[in-house]
Design a protein around this ligand. Structure first.
Ligand SMILES: [Zn+2]
Length: 474
């Protein structure tokens, strides 16, 4: 009941607020403290070690103790274990266009089990495999310093820093293989998540996050691109008619992860802004977040503001005075530190916050709009947010408390207690007078322990859970 009393302090407000609307200031102070030890110098050591394996091509040796993908995966396992984290090595034997003979492809994954809701999972991942110009060449040196030693270093740095803390939800740290051969490692981990029954709230896929200048001399070390899908790819066909009628092409959960990261970056004061890129990946290209999207798990890719195409997927060489190759001297570790800090703050925040609810909206031919949702475990309050259909960020909000919800049959308002064991889950409802449903997009977030979840939009396919088509009546 004590926490319920606290809720009453957050007086329900209706009206406009600057984006992103403020939840208590303390979470940002706490997040700044958590990310303070994140170190570009540490990540430089990690990248140097990864480069020292010569090549990390997926088809390179799995048994050589010094050179190849096997040695790199084993070393990563040792790093995770040195932080006290249990590890798993999900594998699959695959054959494909870029894997001519059946080959064992393995990921190295550390799991930091949540203290209260271990089945709710946030994932940070990068790919540990590397390549040169010919994607089938598994013998030449392929340092892969930035692609994707940078992402792998951020994963290991996240594990180093966050393993010193405890979180209600589970954090998974993953070094994936097989990306360059066809996103195999991402698929292996996405399938593993599904087999474990994980409730994947967010996947942060980090791929090429450690350089700040392009080949044309354009530099930018103050932005990171966050790429997110538009209409959710999983269930898209089933959702098409509803999306056509009710909208939602800009409100898949991955898009709200993008908005969440954008808002978070504004509060961290690390000299880094998010550039939201509203497409699944770079033009015509792909990454390891896509296999997660295909299973309905929210996922986004983080990548540098300015890519340098001479320094990725290239044989090491100098041609007409131009240097090619993905080497460590091309990297910017101050920049990598900032991108890692944003990732790590996001992991800590989302693993601390309750799950996003699944809101519904009504109000056609009415002067009011009604938003309803079921309460979620760990929530102490909620926020209803809305924005114009052509606005990119949530900029209006109203706080909601348990006073806006039905009582759980249990009769207790202690938000720490699990809602799921035989309880009637409280049903919450907020009416916004004089707000026309036609002109806005609506969403709801949950606040618990001072941390706010990402917003789930009240649109077809907006829920953070995989879309399940309603059963058709025979
Ligand atoms: Zn890559």
């Amino acid at each position: 009941m004590k926490s319920f009393a606290l809720l009453l302090v957050s007086v329900a407000l209706i009206g406009a607020a600057p984006a992103p609307a403020p939840v208590p200031a303390e979470p940002y102070a706490q997040l700044k403290q958590i990310v303070a030890p994140v170190s570009g110098a540490e990540m430089k050591k990690t990248v140097a070690k990864l480069v020292s394996f010569g090549t990390r091509h997926t088809l390179s040796s799995q048994t050589d103790p010094k050179r190849g993908i096997g040695a790199a995966l084993n070393w990563t396992e040792g790093q995770f274990k040195s932080f006290g984290l249990p590890t798993v090595r999900p594998c699959d034997t695959v054959t494909g266009r870029r894997i001519p003979t059946p080959t064992r492809v393995c990921d190295m994954v550390a799991i930091q089990r949540g203290t209260e809701r271990p089945n709710d999972v946030v994932i940070i991942q990068g790919h540990i495999d590397s390549r040169v110009t010919d994607v089938m060449n598994f013998t030449s040196d392929a340092p892969g310093a930035n692609d994707d030693g940078s992402g792998t270093a951020a994963v290991i740095e996240a594990a180093r820093v966050l393993s010193k803390h405890k979180f209600p939800a589970t954090i998974v740290y993953a070094a994936l293989s097989g990306e360059e051969q066809g996103l195999y490692g991402g698929k292996i981990l996405a399938d593993y998540a599904k087999a474990q029954g994980w409730n994947v709230v967010t996947v942060l896929n980090n791929d090429i996050i450690g350089n700040s200048c392009g080949a044309d001399g354009v530099c930018d070390d103050t932005h990171v691109r966050v790429l997110s899908e538009g209409p959710r790819s999983q269930g898209e066909v089933d959702l098409m008619a509803a999306t056509h009628s009710l909208g939602g092409e800009n409100d898949a959960p991955s898009r709200n992860i993008s908005r969440f990261l954008d808002g978070l970056a504004d509060h961290l004061d690390i000299g880094l802004d998010v550039r939201q890129i509203w497409r699944t990946d770079r033009f015509g290209r792909g990454g390891d977040h896509i296999p997660f999207l295909e299973l309905g798990y929210p996922a986004a890719r983080l990548s540098v503001a300015v890519e340098n195409y001479n320094w990725q997927h290239q044989d090491l060489r100098t041609e007409k005075g131009v240097v090619y190759g993905d080497t460590i001297d091309h990297m910017d570790f101050n920049y990598l530190e900032k991108v890692a800090k944003l990732n790590i703050a996001a992991l800590a925040a989302i693993a601390s916050a309750p799950l996003p609810p699944e809101p519904k909206v009504e109000g056609a031919v009415s002067t009011d709009t009604t938003i309803t949702w079921d309460a979620v475990w760990g929530a102490q309050s909620f926020r209803v947010l809305w924005r114009r259909t052509d606005a990119n960020q949530w900029d209006h909000f109203r706080a909601a408390t348990w006073a806006d919800c039905t009582k759980a049959r249990h009769g207790s308002d202690d938000p720490k207690e699990p809602l799921m064991n035989g309880w009637t889950i409280p049903h919450c409802k907020v009416v916004l007078p004089h707000v026309r449903v036609d002109d806005w997009v609506f969403g709801v977030s949950a606040v618990g322990g001072g941390f706010e979840s990402p917003v789930a939009s009240a649109v077809p396919g907006g829920a953070f859970k995989p879309y399940v088509a309603p059963e058709k009546k025979p």
